[in-house]
Design a protein around this ligand. Structure first.
Ligand SMILES: [Zn+2]
Length: 182
C-alpha cells in the first residue's frame, strides 16, 4: 500500500484530505444516497411523481438540499418541504439543511421526461415542453392522457387542486386534470 506522493496533491486536495473522509468520495456517496432518498419522496398532491421527477430539487450536496417549490402560495409547498425533511431524518440525514430558492421560479419545463411519463400514466396531462417559457396562459391544447387526442377543451381553471386545471377530451369524452404551465 503506497500513499499518493504529497507532491501530486494540489493545495485544495490537501485541504480536503485534512478534513478527513467527509470530502471527495465520501461526499459523492452521501450525495448519491441523498438523491436516492429524495427520489422516494412523492409529491404530496400527485403521489405518482417524486420531488426529483418534478424538478423541485435543484441541487444537493452533503450538507444541504436546495429546493424550489412548484407554485408560490400553493398549499402543497409546506407539505413538500415537510415530506423531504421527514425522509432525510428517517435516513440519517438530520444534519442536512433544506434551503428554498424562489429565483428563478420553478417552471414546468423542469419536469423530467420520466416525470412526464409518470404523470401521463397517472391520468394527468403533462405540460408541453417549453410551455413554461412560451406561454403563461396554457394556450396550447392539452393532449388527452387516455387516448392521446389533441381535441380537448378546458372546462375549469381549477381542477382537483389549485395547481391543476380541469380539461375534457372531445374524442373520448373523458375529463382529466392538466398540470398547469408556469
Ligand atoms: Zn381522450
Amino acid at each position: 500500500m503506497s500513499a499518493a506522493p504529497a507532491s501530486m496533491k494540489s493545495a485544495e486536495t490537501g485541504a480536503n484530505a485534512a478534513r478527513g473522509h467527509a470530502g471527495g468520495q465520501g461526499e459523492a456517496a452521501a450525495v448519491e444516497e441523498i438523491m436516492r432518498v429524495l427520489a422516494g419522496v412523492p409529491d404530496p398532491e400527485i403521489p405518482a411523481v417524486s420531488v426529483i421527477d418534478l424538478g423541485i430539487v435543484r441541487d444537493a450536496n452533503a450538507t444541504r438540499v436546495l429546493i424550489t417549490p412548484t407554485y408560490t402560495g400553493c398549499p402543497a409547498t409546506l407539505a413538500i418541504e415537510q415530506a423531504i425533511r421527514a425522509a432525510l431524518d428517517a435516513n440519517g440525514f438530520s444534519a442536512v439543511a433544506i434551503e428554498t430558492a424562489l429565483s428563478p421560479p420553478w417552471s414546468s419545463d423542469w419536469i423530467s421526461d420520466e416525470g412526464r411519463e409518470k404523470l401521463r400514466a397517472y391520468g394527468i396531462a403533462p405540460p408541453p415542453k417549453g410551455a413554461g417559457a412560451a406561454s403563461l396562459k396554457n394556450a396550447q391544447a392539452a393532449e388527452c392522457p387516455r387516448c392521446g387526442s389533441g381535441n380537448t377543451e378546458e372546462i375549469s381553471r381549477f381542477g382537483s387542486t389549485p395547481c391543476k386545471a380541469l380539461w375534457r377530451c372531445k374524442a373520448c369524452a373523458e375529463p382529466f386534470d392538466r398540470f398547469k404551465c408556469h
